[in-house]
Design a protein around this ligand. Structure first.
Ligand SMILES: [Zn+2]
Length: 131
């Protein structure tokens, strides 16, 4: 589990409480697509499957989300973002997320994610591999 004073898994350098914990634990709304994307990465890193589902657009949301606990997410790099600001209705964020498997092998996920803002709330719609 993430301790409140620990650095946030998403890599901003802020503490968890000052960063993604505001959205994951306190239920505040992420103001930008990037903030939501970072908090969803942190959700994957900390096993917060409920948070991942509630921030998923209903049109693409799976009924059930089983996180693979063999995958330990340890680093996130945001490569590029397009729109997704507080006054936008849509946005994309391209990122590379790095993981380690139980047996020590490492891998990375390179994805461009699409987000929409509905009723003031950013939601993840879908993502494509690569850019
Ligand atoms: Zn964070």
């Amino acid at each position: 589990m993430t301790e409140h004073d620990d650095r946030c898994p998403c890599g901003t350098g802020e503490t968890y409480d000052e960063c993604c914990g505001r959205y994951l634990a306190d239920g505040r709304r992420a103001p930008t697509a990037e903030a939501l994307m970072r908090s969803r990465y942190t959700g994957f890193a900390t096993g917060a499957s409920h948070y991942l589902l509630v921030t998923w657009h209903p049109s693409t949301r799976p009924d059930l989300l089983e996180l693979d606990d063999e995958m330990a997410w340890y680093r996130l790099d945001v490569v590029r973002k397009d729109a997704g600001g507080p006054w936008d209705d849509a946005g994309t964020v391209e990122f590379v997320a790095h993981y380690r498997l139980d047996d020590g092998r490492r891998g990375r996920l390179h994805e461009t994610s699409h987000f929409v803002r509905e009723d003031g709330r950013w939601l993840y719609v879908d993502g494509g591999i690569g850019s």
